[in-house]
Design a protein around this ligand. Sequence first.
Ligand code: NAD
Length: 443
Amino acid sequence: MSNDAFNHASRRKFMKNSSILAGGLIAAPFISRANYFSGAGDEIKIVLVGCGGRGTGAAIQALMSKQNVKLVAMADAFRDNLDNCLKSLLEEAKNDGKGLEKKIDVPEDRKFTGFDAYKKAIALADVVILTTPPGFRPIHFEEAIAQNKHVFMEKPVATDPAGIQRVLAAAQIAKQKKLNVVVGLQRHYQNSYRELFKRKDMIGDITSAQAWWNNDGVWVRPRKAGQTEMEYQMRNWYYFNWLCGDHINEQHIHNIDVINWFKGSYPVKAQGMGGRQVRKGKENGEIFDHHYVEYQYADGSILNSQCRHIPGTSSKVDELLIGTKGKIFCGAGKIVDSKGNPIYQYDMKGENNPYQTEHDELFAAIVKGEYKFADADNGAFSTMTSILGRMATYSGQVIAWDKAINSGIDIHPKVYAWDAPTPIVPGPDGYYPIAVPGVTKFV
Ligand SMILES: NC(=O)c1ccc[n+]([C@@H]2O[C@H](COP(=O)([O-])OP(=O)(O)OC[C@H]3O[C@@H](n4cnc5c(N)ncnc54)[C@H](O)[C@@H]3O)[C@@H](O)[C@H]2O)c1
């Protein structure tokens, strides 16, 4: 089956599932304030769901877009995180010196906390910013679309195939409702990548690619006395798959997504290897510290992807595409012919801040009443590519895309509550079970 045929076959299935939901919409045409801003004077109410590092940045970027945007509500699982975020936002807004703080209006009755906080905040929005750990993205995105809101949501958009299916189904409804959805795979909004993409035919057919996210790794949030297991995992979320999906999903998705984007398709299968060599304490939960995955696309081309979180090793975060007529070095903004002669060089002086551009373009479209952004499908398929890689490295098996995405695997808790059981628990020694290639089945 050709690459496109493969992907269309997969998509047809989602369309079939989601058309049942979409049917009601066709019968009752959608009318929402969110779709009908009449001009630059209209105030656009935004709410922030997930008030951590990225949420703080994304909220500021939304407020700094040239449109009349106001932050009216915030939601977080934890009150201390919400308070710290609001404090940082107000400080940053004041430092900006342009009256940005007037665009922040979050009184006590519009601060929501706990697992259900998102629903109450979303109800008050025109545009929702979703920046929690990715495990919650499917339910939050579903709710935002059900409540007829435009969305900016961070990558990745899920941590398991069940979550991917929910995002794909909600994405279909978003299209029906003409709700703009931007996903924070910001290389799509970065000038150098956009210019390279326009010129990808200069290298002929892409026959192989390489992608890297190798660096030291991220924070650990130590266990504190009195925390339930649920609270501990929610705080130290990077190390638990139901919340994070492993670092191949959490960060390496950026590079994998670039290869999918330039290829114009998604892999049909993957095999690989990985483990935890250095980052293997109790506080490191269940994730690996390195993965190496060979993805194969339907046309036989290969993506060699590697990600490593090990201090003291060489760092590289980049992508390389190799074609029948040349190569694209993404990080360097350079294209060479098959003999290695430069044939295009992006002038890095023209580089933008893609995190800002995402918001500038999203809010400009909303103000003009344009339906311009439908990033959720690609966000879901690129997230699925990362999950496929994790399944391959954990199991040591060759994993087929179709089987994986349709597996129904759901690694989430049955109930979200502070005293509810977590999907993974430590043993008596405090260590969590770790995947063992050759033993671990398809997770
Ligand atoms: N595009 C990028 O380059 C980029 C950069 C950084 C982070 N991110 C993404 O942003 C997301 C958040 O990352 P971060 O670094 O801000 O993490 P963080 O830990 O700083 O913030 C996450 C926040 O979400 C809150 N939260 C957790 N579960 C919640 C729930 N169910 N409801 C409401 N709030 C909840 C947490 O309490 C925390 O305040 C991740 O998906 C990450 O991949 C993207």
